[in-house]
Design a protein around this ligand. Structure first.
Ligand code: NDP
Length: 611
């Protein structure tokens, strides 16, 4: 493993202890500065006068005739969820699969997010789906976006998923026809086709949002959201070629989350001047990306390797079971290794829940102190370094890992405009005003993220109408209700592909998706083999699953109201009672994967009825 020059020094047992009480006070102060009553309502949708922000800059929309046919399986969403489910269905002999996707190709997140520097944050070996099935060897420990998009396309080609796919197509309604036992799918392209089975995998972060900054509509320069990168304006390309058209431009970027952390170094290299407008700094730890050595890969890639790696990652990341060798060794497994080591240091007779929580806390304080010290070490200007320090627990916000982001602030053309937690004052025709000063700009880039925490139907853009006209929004009015995060009572032949109420493994979402894909392919195969026209979870089985979920520890760190506001904690606002169901299997991800594997092997399809 390459050790970068800014890697932390090995921890020194004699290192001065930090003042926990002072840190907690500081964290709270910084959180309080950022709390605002409008929560999620501070953001605006890209509709109306902002609708042009959503135009696909990558692939032109091709005209086509509306579809009025029937398919065995329709899947809404052509990202990882649709691809892995489609692949498993095809493997199970169900080839009549139609994926409906709003983008112009497969890829989902990786179709839209082509900003320079985009790369996976979880190691490619476990993050990229179906590597073994496709025979693709990742080129780097953390692959860049073009390679991940190419993997999506490879899966699409290998499993014949392009044949029936509908791209640049937005679903408008989904309704169960109980007489015909089919789903009726209507889209914005005039389609009205039917499907025996329906899958939904629209992803959690697919609706870009803008900050509702006063005057945002007045800006007369060029502006775009990071998920619709305008290379025609900037020059360059998704593989990171220099954006030569920005050489004489004053560029501003609003937002310093995981997206900005990856694209700022590229902007810093290309822009005449770059102004990074910061409300809250990200925690940016060491990345240490390295190329994957083909000889090493050939050695480890024995049959079943990716499943073994996935399980190894989950075991190490979630800390379930005995310590096992960490094959993956990425930022996420490092995080949990540290916590486990800290807990492991406790004398056996002091292994109380309180002592374990305190050890967990200490490990976090230590890590964050290390990350803050890194800013001092890397950033030359002490004042800029100070402003780049994150004052919260590491999992309060999305942890970031990068070896060129902090360094970018050493470039003389880059200015960090820190707003001390307040956000920029306003946007004018000419630029951005922060701290009372106007920064004239040619181009303003919104790295302001995606809608999270809103109701499913609002994000998806459609409701789902099940048996007897029951709407999913009604069924889920008091929170999500499923069995396994997949099956919903009242919605026969419908399957969700997403992590919540299943493993809920947020550090490696694709693992959740591939497992759901396996389950769905098995259930559909069974229905077809039995000649059943319907498969549905019973009301009792759904309720039993909900009851089981509610025995768990709840939302833990990611939902903590103690945290700095962000999408992990509903912008610091009470998420309401429905959020108590946004949880995973009580015994954790590892236990869920074992459970679901046993459920599938058992063959009894416990909880489902086939009619
Ligand atoms: P985020 O929601 O994480 O970040 C939005 C940024 O905009 C925040 O820094 C936010 O500040 C800032 N902001 C919002 N309003 C204002 C305002 N009025 N003034 C100034 N700043 C403002 O979006 P991202 O696109 O960065 O990331 C979203 C998620 O996508 C990530 O958390 C991650 O899950 C995923 N992602 C994954 C990647 C990977 O795996 N490789 C790479 C990139 C993204 P504040 O923090 O104060 O709210």
């Amino acid at each position: 493993m390459t050790v970068t020059s800014d890697s932390p020094a090995p921890s020194d047992p004699g290192a001065p202890a930090f003042d926990k009480a002072a840190l907690k006070r500081k964290y709270r102060e910084e959180r309080d500065k950022r709390l605002r009553a409008d929560g999620n309502a501070q953001y605006i949708r890209l509709s109306g006068r902002f609708a042009h922000y959503l135009t696909d800059p990558y692939v032109p929309v091709a005209p086509r005739e509306p579809k009025t046919d029937h398919v065995t399986f329709a899947f809404i969403g052509g990202g990882f969820a649709g691809l892995v489910t489609g692949a498993r269905l095809v493997e199970a002999g169900i080839r009549d699969v139609r994926i409906v996707e709003k983008g112009g190709d497969f890829g989902g997140t990786w179709y839209w997010n082509r900003y320079p520097g985009a790369q996976c944050d979880t190691a490619s070996m476990v993050y990229m789906p179906l590597l073994e099935e496709t025979g693709h060897r990742p080129s780097e420990k953390y692959a860049h976006a073009p390679e991940i998009l190419a993997q999506c396309q490879r899966i699409g080609r290998q499993f014949g998923l392009y044949d029936k796919a509908l791209f640049h197509t937005v679903v408008e309604s989904l309704a169960w026809d109980d007489a015909a036992k089919v789903w009726v799918i209507r889209t914005d392209r005039g389609d009205r086709f039917t499907a025996s089975f329906l899958g939904l995998g629209t992803g959690p972060l697919h609706v870009p949002k803008l900050p509702g900054i006063p005057g945002i509509e007045d800006f007369e320069g060029h502006a775009f959201h990071t998920s619709r990168w305008d290379y025609a304006y900037t020059g360059g390309d998704p593989s990171g070629a220099a954006m030569d058209k920005l050489r004489d431009k004053r560029v501003g970027i609003i937002g310093t989350g995981a997206t900005a952390v990856q694209c700022v170094p590229h902007l810093a290299r290309s822009a005449g001047r770059l102004f990074v407008f910061q409300r809250t700094p990200s925690s940016v730890d060491v990345r240490a990306n390295v190329p994957i050595d083909p000889a090493w890969f050939d050695e480890i890639a024995t049959p079943g390797w990716q499943q073994r790696w996935l399980e190894n990652f989950t075991a190490n990341q979630t800390g379930a079971g005995p310590m096992v060798e960490d094959l993956v060794m990425d930022g996420w497994t490092d995080l949990s290794r540290r916590i486990r080591a800290k807990i492991g240091d406790l004398p056996r007779d002091q292994l109380t829940p309180q002592a374990m929580m305190a050890a967990f806390e200490d490990s976090d304080f230590e890590k964050m102190e290390e990350i803050r010290a890194r800013a001092d070490r890397v950033v030359q200007d002490p004042e800029t370094a100070r402003k780049l320090k994150a004052w919260y627990n590491q999992l309060c916000k999305r942890p970031c890992f990068h070896d060129a982001y902090l360094q970018a602030f050493n470039n003389p053309n880059v200015t960090l405009v820190d707003t001390d937690g307040k956000g920029v004052d306003r946007i004018t025709a000419k630029g951005v005003v922060a701290g009372g000063q106007e920064y004239p700009l040619d181009c303003l880039i919104f790295a302001s993220g995606f809608e999270v925490g809103t109701a499913f139907a609002s994000r998806a853009g459609f409701d789902v109408e099940g048996r007897h006209g029951l709407r999913l929004s009604e069924h889920w009015a008091e929170g999500m209700r499923t069995k396994h995060g997949v099956h919903v009572h009242g919605f026969p032949n419908l399957f969700f592909v997403q992590p919540t109420q299943g493993a809920n493994l947020i550090s490696n979402v694709p693992h959740n998706l591939t497992e759901a894909g396996k389950t769905i392919a098995l259930v559909v195969r069974e229905a077809l083999d039995r000649g059943a026209r319907e498969v549905e979870v019973t009301a009792e089985a759904e309720q039993a699953w909900i009851d089981l979920l509610l025995t768990g520890p709840g939302r833990m760190m990611l939902g903590s109201q103690e945290c700095t506001p962000g999408y992990y904690n509903n912008e610091g606002q009470d998420p309401g009672p429905a959020a108590r169901l946004n949880v995973g299997y009580p015994a954790g991800a590892m236990a869920y994967f074992s459970y679901i594997d046993a459920w599938r092997r058992d063959g009894a399809f416990d909880g489902l009825t086939f009619r």
